[in-house]
Design a protein around this ligand. Structure first.
Ligand code: AMP
Length: 183
């Protein structure tokens, strides 16, 4: 069970969970999919998510915000704009045109790979990683390693939703992990 009161409960008493649609057995049987499109189309809901990120990271050092394909591309650039920084995409293989660095990580069956442009982050920059859902943490841990491979420092990892029962946070030990909505 998560904490009784979240940081966002003080800031925004609105029940953001009501705006998130749960779709059972998508994309395959047994997966309960958290659909954020219903939150995105709500002007108050979307705004509150971005405002909350902005309030949390405003006083921390963030030089650039990194988003993970595909749903991270909705939140990360918006947070970057709110914080007054640039945005860097991490993409699936063979999408980025210039020289890339990559990280492979384990999935339930097989492995997956994420790529970033080698010149996307300069050594010494502080990087905030933003994604929609923290599930098992495999993706986020791989992206944190990718940032460090390029000489960057991870200033934090921010998620709209964290699935506490999957304990993804354990794979992110030592990092500042901030999630707005917990299940
Ligand atoms: P993981 O590596 O297990 O933490 O998975 C993270 C990625 O998978 C995130 O980028 C999510 O977009 C997506 N994801 C995993 N589980 C779910 C879920 N139950 N509902 C929605 N998205 C999910």
């Amino acid at each position: 069970m998560g904490p009784l009161l979240q940081y966002s409960d003080f800031l925004f008493p609105m029940d953001l969970k009501k705006l998130i649609r749960e779709v059972p057995d998508f994309p395959k049987p047994g997966i309960n999919f958290f659909d954020i499109t219903t939150l995105l189309k709500d002007k108050d809901g979307f705004g509150r998510i971005i405002d909350d990120f902005e309030a949390y990271y405003r006083d921390r050092r963030v030089d650039v915000v990194l988003g993970i394909e595909a749903r991270g591309f909705i939140f990360a650039p918006t947070v970057a704009y709110a914080l007054g920084t640039g945005f860097v995409p991490v993409r699936k293989p063979k999408k980025l045109p210039a020289a890339v660095e990559f990280m492979e990580y384990e999935l339930e069956y097989g492995t997956d790979r994420l790529e970033i442009h080698r010149d996307a982050i300069r050594a010494g920059q502080h990087v905030l990683i933003v994604d929609d859902v923290l599930a098992t943490g495999g993706t986020a841990a791989a992206v944190a390693k990718l940032v460090e491979k390029l000489g960057g420092t991870v200033s934090g990892l921010g998620f709209v939703i964290e699935l506490d029962f999957l304990a993804g946070r354990r794979k992110l030990d030592g990092y500042d992990v901030h999630s707005l909505i917990h299940y």
